[in-house]
Design a protein around this ligand. Structure first.
Ligand code: P6P
Length: 333
């Protein structure tokens, strides 16, 4: 297959349907370059003295790993000077990060989870970077958190990098989903999967089963039916996977189907689930829908949820459309 680089792909997209203005193309390339740097840091492991905790906590009250902070810094430094952004927001920072006055302000806003799945870092399991791109409101002036409060359907681009056996970048700008593999020798992203499509049905589900006793009834019913296998109401056997790294679980689902679930549960009604809307659920929902799948919070499309807070959490059900529709219908009964 003729090698197509990320740059060539973006230029061709720009020519064919003008869906990627030059500033957005620059933003995507800068983020992709930052992900290469993160991949390099992650790949060093103990040799780079980047493993272990940083003895600090983030806004979520989670102990930060050294690589969480390193990855966050890489993304901030890579994106500050280009003139394509007005502000950034990150899982690792309590408030938004406006572009410093010494740099020109751009028309986009970038949100990211710089290193998702960091509990897996020290045990060499795949982790990733998730990012979401919004347009800055016209005439915005000084960016505030309120300017970020746009529903996921407003995203102009979304993607993730997965740092696994290969380093891959999965990207959508609203015209399908494409996957690029990092050629480590050349240092370039090469298009390796065009127009990724999630199979409509599946025999595989992803959920942390250790929380089963806390689930609300719709999830108990949905998962319980699958566990009954071929003699149960679903009349087929299911397999389960849970990597505890959303990027890795979603990447598997994009490639071979499945449903990923992180539901709210009875433990804490003030905290509906664990995953964050703005920089985990929304970008993954855009990618999954662009690949022909579905993504809900159990009741509505994730992309339709009106955000209230930068770090708000939502329940997440995403993947093969028929399965997401089924578990969502159980919530409506
Ligand atoms: P649990 C990683 O910490 C993360 O945010 C997602 O990447 C992952 O899907 C989930 O949490 C794992 O949560 O409760 O199984 O450790």
């Amino acid at each position: 297959m003729k090698r197509v680089s990320l740059t060539q792909y973006l230029v061709e997209e720009q020519r064919h349907n003008n869906s990627i203005p030059a500033e957005l193309r620059l933003l995507i390339e800068v983020v992709a370059r930052a992900c290469k740097t993160i991949s390099h840091a992650v790949g060093k492991g103990a040799l780079g003295e980047v493993l272990g905790s940083a003895d600090t906590e983030n806004i979520q009250g989670e102990v930060q790993k050294k690589l969480d902070i390193i990855s966050n810094e890489i993304l901030l430094e890579a994106n500050e000077w280009g003139g394509h952004l007005a502000a950034m927001a990150s899982e690792e920072m309590e408030s938004i990060h406006p572009i410093p006055n010494r740099y020109p302000m751009g028309e986009y806003m970038l949100l990211f989870d710089p290193l998702d799945g960091s509990s897996n870092i020290d045990v060499n399991v795949s982790i990733g970077t998730i990012f979401s791109v919004l347009k800055a409101p016209d005439g915005m002036g000084t960016p505030t958190e309120a300017h970020f409060m746009q529903p996921g359907s407003s995203q102009v681009a979304a993607g993730y990098a997965v740092y696994g056996p290969q380093t891959m970048l999965v990207l959508t700008t609203g015209n399908g989903v494409n996957c690029f593999t990092l050629d480590r020798e050349m240092g370039s992203w090469v298009l390796t999967q065009r127009n990724m499509t999630i199979p409509e049905t599946t025999k595989e589900f992803a959920i942390n089963m250790s929380n089963q006793r806390h689930w609300h009834e719709p999830v108990q019913r949905y998962v319980g039916e699958m566990l009954q296998g071929v003699t149960g109401p679903r009349e087929k056997d299911f397999n389960m996977r849970w990597i505890a790294s959303m990027v890795a679980d979603v990447h598997r689902i994009l490639n071979r189907g499945g449903i990923f679930m992180y539901p709210a549960d009875k433990r804490d009604t003030s905290m509906p689930g664990k995953l964050r809307l703005m920089y985990e659920a929304n970008p993954m929902a855009m990618i999954v829908e662009q690949a022909g799948g579905a993504a809900t919070d159990g009741r509505q499309r994730i992309l339709d949820i009106p955000p209230q807070k930068l770090h708000q959490r939502v329940p997440v059900f995403l993947g093969s459309k028929s399965e997401v529709e089924r578990v969502t219908s159980y919530h409506a009964e």
